[in-house]
Design a protein around this ligand. Structure first.
Ligand code: PRX
Length: 653
């Protein structure tokens, strides 16, 4: 949530692109207008011609969009291609020796991997997967540190048409188990550990724990040696990555798959307790990432592109593992925390590796801003030409700092709005063309039919009037469904307006210039440090603890993280004095950490005898949010079943 909505409402500073950037940008005003016009005149024709120009097809498509079974849209459905071929092989003719990946570990170890080497390593690992019994269409779960092998594993899956599901390394054993089971995964790829914050992240230990209770589907575990510390290997099930690739061929013919073949599943939080396995396609998804690499990130052959997201999130899929490689770019991968050995690490990496495009989350910007201008000012950031942000609304103060201190007022900032479900950027400035405003993601990209509508689905044309953010026309990189739960797909995204358009779950407004301003979620989804977490997910974890009867979780505005989790808990036994019990709070926080992962640990827990409910038993979260943020309740509360509980919750009793 924005830090201070009133200050954002008044924000109207305009930053036109600098003449220098505009002069060299690949898209200018007239090109952009032509793209908008083509998309407007012929939505399908626009995307068809891009798909023909930008992707290498094994079998060309003849139908562009099949809407017969809407909202189950199918793009380029009779075409065939291979995503890994499009990301790697097609560059070998002229870029075999170009660096594809620059890697730096937290401890300072570095590697450069060329396209030829990436090709060889991906082929080898794809052959290893086949040797372990993985076939086209099988699901493979990847639970890895941020090392090049995570990208190699993803590309290897794509090469043989296996569907990967990357699980963020910060998620717990329980979360990993649920994802393995939901996807009926056959193989798990993990590591002996990863380096983060000066410690070893015990990925294999978590994987072992997850597998204790997993269903039958999981047969093999491939383990990368990253940290070299001792871990147990289970005979017959676990195999070292190095052994798996020891005797395999260096060549692996990419499998031609249908355009609609699922490339991956990625689980994300929704408004129920169970994360959704968002399913993406092959061709449409890749096209979305390629076009946005060009339009939004103004891709140039000599760019060193650093998107700081972990591959466990959609940003790490689209702008680490796929998009930048598909355009033949060079990516930076950093394994560790931004604060090791100090808060200058990101800027040191930018200086050392001559980063040209830097893409990160507002929460990281705010955290780094706190350490003062003198930290980035110690480093030479002159290689950076373009900055990006994603994940949550950026507050104008952080935007200005990013602009002035990191970008030296030279670099455009692309504030990109999109979601796991959209696959690629949807609303964003076009650098060199769009004048930016701090806190606004500006305009929808060509071919993306974003709108703000009222509860009846009518377009809101009044400036600054808030409504629901929707997408009126299908787009190629859109999700294709929720794995194993089609009814939930239709209901969650399309149900509200009879399948007429996609409902993003965000509220937004447009200002007098037509710029979009994202105002927050309309569902029970929190945004903690740019990561989505369902309140129900955290509540389910809390009530699974033997001491807890009921729990309600809300977001509390936080200067760095955007939101933190505030939990109200009703215990089976007596309520502790003053509603505080530090020992139990520690236990419950760790419990939630085990059930979901450290990012889901509540920042605050307050104990109560009951929760504020309406007469029909609905918990009044709005009131809980007000209390959590320390504000006075001004609304009428007389309709509550148990009005008196409010005093207790506010600590006034
Ligand atoms: O609420 C919006 C917020 O993040 C949500 C999507 O979360 P997720 O699927 O995890 O993907 C995050 C990375 C793409 C959105 O519904 N969000 C994302 N980008 C922005 C944003 N809110 C405001 N401005 C953004 N640029």
């Amino acid at each position: 949530m924005p830090q201070n909505i009133d200050s954002i409402l008044q924000e109207n500073r305009l930053f036109p692109p600098t003449t220098d950037f505009a002069k060299s940008a690949t898209i200018d005003e007239s090109k952009l207008q032509a793209l908008y016009q083509q998309a407007e005149d012929d939505h399908e024709g626009f995307w068809a011609s891009l798909a023909r120009d930008e992707l290498n097809w094994d079998k060309p498509f003849s139908t562009t969009l099949n809407s017969h079974n809407a909202p189950h849209y199918r793009w380029f459905e009779d075409g065939e291609l291979n995503v890994s071929y499009n990301c790697i092989d097609r560059h070998l003719a002229d870029k075999a020796d170009k660096t594809a990946i620059i890697f730096e570990g937290e401890q300072g170890d570095t590697r450069h991997i060329t396209y030829a080497e990436l090709h060889r390593d991906t082929c080898r690992f794809a052959n290893a997967l086949k040797a372990q019994g993985v076939e086209t269409g099988d699901r493979v779960v990847i639970y890895m540190p941020m090392v090049p092998e995570a990208v190699i594993a993803m590309q290897a899956c794509a090469r043989i048409g296996a569907i990967h599901s990357v699980v963020f390394g910060g998620f717990s054993a329980e979360a990993l188990k649920n994802r393995i089971d939901d996807a009926s995964a056959k193989v798990l790829i993990t590591a002996d550990g990863g380096h983060r914050g000066g410690k070893i992240v015990e990925l294999k230990a978590a994987a072992d724990k997850a597998l204790e209770n997993c269903g039958e589907s999981l047969q093999k575990v491939i383990v990368l040696k990253r940290t070299q510390h001792d871990i147990p290997m289970k005979a017959g099930r676990d195999i070292w990555w190095s052994d798996a690739i020891a005797d395999v061929n260096d060549k692996c013919t990419p499998v031609s798959v249908n355009a609609e073949h699922p490339l991956f599943l990625l689980y994300t939080s929704g408004s129920t307790g169970k994360p959704k396995g968002i399913q993406h396609s092959s061709a449409g998804y890749l096209l979305g990432t390629i076009m946005t690499m060009k339009w939004v990130f103004d891709h140039r052959p000599d760019d060193i592109f650093w998107c700081t997201a972990d591959v466990g999130w959609i940003t790490g899929h689209s702008y680490v593992a796929y998009g930048p490689l598909a355009v033949g770019g060079t990516i930076m991968i950093y394994e560790g925390a931004p604060t090791v050995p100090d808060t200058g690490r990101f800027w040191k990496l930018c200086e050392d590796h001559k980063i040209t495009v830097f893409y990160t989350a507002p929460t990281a910007i705010r955290a780094l801003m706190k350490s003062g201008d003198e930290v980035p000012n110690k480093y030479d950031l002159s290689s950076i030409r373009l900055l990006g942000t994603v994940g949550e609304p950026i507050n104008p103060e952080a935007w200005m700092w990013y602009h002035e201190v990191i970008g030296k007022a030279r670099c455009p900032i692309v504030d990109t709005w999109w979601q796991t479900e959209t696959g690629a950027n949807m609303i964003s400035p076009i650098p060199g063309v769009t004048a930016t405003k701090p806190g606004s993601c500006t305009r929808a990209l060509p071919g993306m039919a974003l709108d703000v509508v009222d509860d009846e689905g009518n377009s809101i044309t009044t400036p600054d009037k808030g409504g629901l953010l929707v997408i009126r026309k299908p787009w190629p990189s859109m999700l294709r469904g929720i794995w194993g739960d089609d009814a939930r797909y239709v209901e969650t995204y399309w149900g509200m307006f009879d399948n007429r358009f996609y409902v993003a779950g965000d509220s937004a407004r447009r200002d007098q210039d037509g710029y979009f301003w994202i105002m927050g979620r309309i569902d029970d989804v929190l945004n903690v440090s740019g990561h989505r977490l369902g309140t129900m997910e955290v509540e389910s974890a809390l009530v699974a603890h033997p001491a807890v009867v009921e729990a309600a979780v809300v977001g509390r505005p936080d200067e760095i993280k955007g939101e933190t989790i505030f939990a109200y808990v009703v215990l089976k036994g007596e309520r502790p004095a003053d509603g505080i019990d530090d020992a139990l709070t520690l236990e419950l926080r760790n419990w939630v950490g085990e059930q979901i992962g450290a990012i889901a640990k509540p920042g605050n827990i307050r104990y109560a005898d009951n929760l504020p409910k309406t007469r029909s038993g609905k918990i009044m979260r709005r009131l809980l949010r007000t209390i959590a943020s320390g504000e006075e309740i001004t609304s009428d509360t007389s309709t509550l079943e148990n009005e008196a509980i409010l005093l207790q919750l506010q600590g006034k009793e």
